[in-house]
Design a binder for this molecule. Structure first.
Ligand code: MET
Ligand SMILES: [Zn+2]
Ligand SMILES: [Zn+2]
Length: 418
């Protein structure tokens, strides 16, 4: 089918870091939007918020009542890198196997929704050429989500173009579901990049002494590991979900004196410095100050010649000081609209969850804009950032139907805006 072909074409554009081809992606999506046969209705704009290398594409279907807050659907243009030698099919080939699986980096995260949004609009207008949304519908295709969004969504929400859009509801990416129910996310965990550093007594590689940098770092690594284990035990015991505990995963360790440029180390020297990097994720409900105290007192105590540096990759509280959570009850009228839209097309939603990872949704929630994370992929293994990422054609096509229902419901919702 043409929708599958268009999905494959988009997947073949390599937008993986560190050299994402944003301009090819944007011109492809721009062309796709303009190919929807609705003359003079839909329009597109490309914004350059930082450099010409980082475009942001906006697709707009104007509503009949532009005074109502608009609906914004989001998909990031970029992907994480892939290691081709570890894939069963080349990661930018978008090969479709006999069983309908389409293999590509970005198939789940999140190029599927990029195309599904446009296919849904195409289908709605094909079935009802007179369709005109009440609220204005926008889609934004943003760069750099996978590297924190500072030159992407974080910049966009500061722009006059964004303010003029008067966004009332935001829909962002979610995650695949292993069963028959679609997953929906009302919050993300917030990422911290934590670097702990140890200094210590240097010396001959043969000597036994206290207070070496390596010894000091390794003690910390043990302490963090014990914390990690305790958090993980809560998950394994079923007390809390993965996304409801603090994760602290080591991502690099660095120490040693290089012998020259050959990447080997001098073996008979104990180094005076050593460091470790952690990907830390905090659920929206935890107190960040408590974790900071734990890091200062236990993970990197100055008494053991340790120091640390935290880079907070995004906010933890909104402009009112509240956790970045979108309500999934009657206090948020969009919840019922969204839920019924999924159910109306035969879909089922599982209990709303916190997302274990992090998306650009945080830049909307910090402004108090109701935001859900949703990618309609059911009965699908969760393969984001993994080797052999794929999505089945049938799942992709069913997702288009879901978005048809969601887009119609959201854009025609006249109710009170909180
Ligand atoms: C660190 S900002 C978020 C980047 C990416 N989506 C992640 O969850 O890791
Ligand atoms: Zn990702
Ligand atoms: Zn993503």
């Amino acid at each position: 089918t043409p929708a599958i072909t268009r999905f494959q074409q988009y997947l073949r554009i390599n937008t993986a870091h560190p050299h994402p081809d944003y301009s090819a992606a944007v011109s492809f999506l721009d062309g796709l939007a303009k190919s929807i046969p609705i003359p003079n209705l839909l329009h597109t704009r490309t914004l350059y918020l930082t450099t010409p290398q980082k475009p942001l594409l906006l697709v707009t279907l104007p509503g009949s009542n532009p005074s109502l807050p608009s609906i914004l659907l989001n998909s990031h243009l970029d992907s994480v890198p892939a290691e081709p030698s570890k894939w069963s099919h080349p990661p930018f080939s978008a090969v479709r196997t006999k069983d309908g699986s389409i293999f590509a980096r970005g198939a789940q995260d999140d190029k599927c929704i990029a195309i599904q949004y446009l296919e849904a609009i195409r289908n709605i207008l094909h079935k009802d050429p007179g369709f005109r949304p009440i609220r204005t519908l926008h889609i934004c295709y943003v760069p750099d989500e996978e590297i924190g969004g500072l030159d992407g969504m974080a910049r966009f929400v500061e722009s006059q173009e964004f303010r003029d859009m008067n966004v009332g509801f935001f829909l962002d990416e979610g995650q695949a579901s292993l069963n028959d129910e679609y997953r929906v996310f009302y919050a993300d965990r917030s990422p911290w990049n934590l670097v702990i550093k140890a200094t210590g007594q240097p010396g001959h590689g043969s000597k036994m002494f206290d207070n070496s940098a390596m010894e000091n770092l390794m003690k910390s690594v043990e302490v963090v590991s014990r914390f990690r284990e305790n958090q993980f035990d809560l998950v394994k015991a079923g007390v809390l979900a993965n996304s409801e505990v603090i994760s602290a995963n080591p991502v690099y360790l660095r120490a040693g004196i290089p012998s020259s440029s050959d990447g080997k180390f001098v073996m008979n020297m104990q180094p005076s410095e050593a460091e470790g990097g952690y990907d830390v994720r905090l659920p929206p409900t935890v107190d960040p100050d408590l974790l900071k105290k734990r890091i200062a007192d236990e993970w990197a105590p100055a008494t053991r010649n340790m120091s640390y540096h935290i880079v907070e990759k995004g906010p933890l509280r909104d402009y009112m000081g509240r956790p970045l959570i979108t309500a999934t009850n009657d206090s948020n009228p969009w919840w019922a609209v969204f839920k019924h839209a999924v159910e109306d097309c035969g879909g089922k939603l599982s209990k709303p969850e916190i997302l274990a990872s992090t998306t650009d949704a945080r830049y909307m929630r910090v402004r108090g804009i109701p935001t859900f994370g949703f990618s309609p992929m059911k009965n699908t293994p969760i393969l984001l950032h993994d080797h052999n990422e794929f999505l089945k054609d049938t799942v992709f096509l069913e997702g288009i139907k879901v978005y048809e229902s969601i887009i119609k419901a959201l854009t025609s919702f006249k109710g009170a805006t909180p």
